[in-house]
Design a protein around this ligand. Structure first.
Ligand code: PDD
Length: 282
């Protein structure tokens, strides 16, 4: 029986219910994290939970948790569901209250919900590469907050689906921001370019790992904006996130990227990523 976390308690899936007027459900008024599990352990827990606490702070949501208490909760979930390799989803909303756009006063208890999934590492796609399409970024201006409001992301991802692509890489007025659920990179002449950290993108944890790898391997990592044309003429295009890790994009808007194979820099990043799995799991 799959166990789900509801407000600090592990319950059977069938009993995992949320009140009809929870603000996460009504307004998307909450935040979340998605964290990877490798060999029963949690990858980059500190970075994920610090980002969760930051997201909560940015939306004025008071949560009675620390990096350590959240790590413990997620560990319980991983043990209860015997997750060896997989992921954990954790969301916290502003709680259940009569529908009113204003924050409830006094505040109500936030609703915490978490579940886990078991799956292996995507080695085949990592070797063979994936496809992407470009699309307009129609999302709000606080993409740095990992909020439950993902309608813009969902529509972008569905656009990719319509064109048989694996991911949609978004742009604002031609400037590449990020994927529907990933950070995006262009490699040109041995240099990795990616959008700087600001309100237009999520500060991806895998992106942070990529920056550590670049430091280790002496690969120039430039946090600079670039446009769709630059992306299309890149030697390599990469996307990263917690579940797919580091993925080479070999087809973009139906055209071959570089020589149409996963490139050497992408492979170098993928290889060194294993070092961080070995050293950053707790
Ligand atoms: N999403 N940008 C967006 C919009 C994302 O949704 C994600 C991750 C990322 C990459 O962040 P990270 O490397 O920390 O996973 C960037 C997760 C996987 C999700 O929504 O399930």
């Amino acid at each position: 029986m799959t166990k789900v976390l509801i407000n600090q308690k592990l319950v059977d899936e069938q009993e995992a219910t949320i009140p009809y007027n929870d603000r996460g459900f009504i307004f998307g008024d909450g935040i979340y994290e998605y964290i990877r599990v490798y060999n029963n352990k949690i990858f980059t827990a500190k970075e994920h939970f610090e980002r969760l606490l930051r997201s909560a702070n940015e939306i004025g949501l008071d949560i009675d948790h620390t990096v350590d208490s959240l790590t413990e909760l997620v560990k319980e979930l991983v043990v209860a569901n015997k997750v060896v390799n997989g992921g954990v989803y954790l969301q916290i909303t502003r709680g259940a209250a009569p529908r009113d756009h204003r924050f409830p006063t006094p505040p109500v208890e936030p609703t915490l919900m978490g579940f886990s999934k078991s799956y292996g590492r995507p080695f085949k796609d990592m070797d063979q590469g994936i496809s992407a399409v470009t699309t307009k970024d129609i999302r709000w201006l606080r993409c740095d907050i990992k909020s439950l409001n993902l309608l813009g992301n969902v529509l972008a991802r569905e656009y990719a689906e319509k064109y048989n692509a694996d991911e949609a890489i978004q742009h604002r007025d031609g400037i590449v921001t990020e994927g529907s659920a990933s950070n995006a990179y262009a490699v040109k002449d041995g240099v990795i370019y990616t959008h700087p950290i600001n309100n237009y993108i999520l500060n991806g944890i895998t992106r942070q790992v990529v920056s550590w790898i670049c430091e280790d391997e002496g690969i120039p990592f430039k946090e600079e904006t670039f446009d769709v044309d630059f992306l299309k003429n890149a030697d390599e295009v990469i996307i990263t996130n917690t579940s797919v890790e580091i993925m080479g994009v070999i087809k973009l808007d139906g055209e071959q990227v570089g020589n149409g194979e996963v490139g050497p820099i992408t492979k170098q990043l993928q290889t060194r990523f294993n070092h961080y799995i070995d050293t950053r799991c707790i």
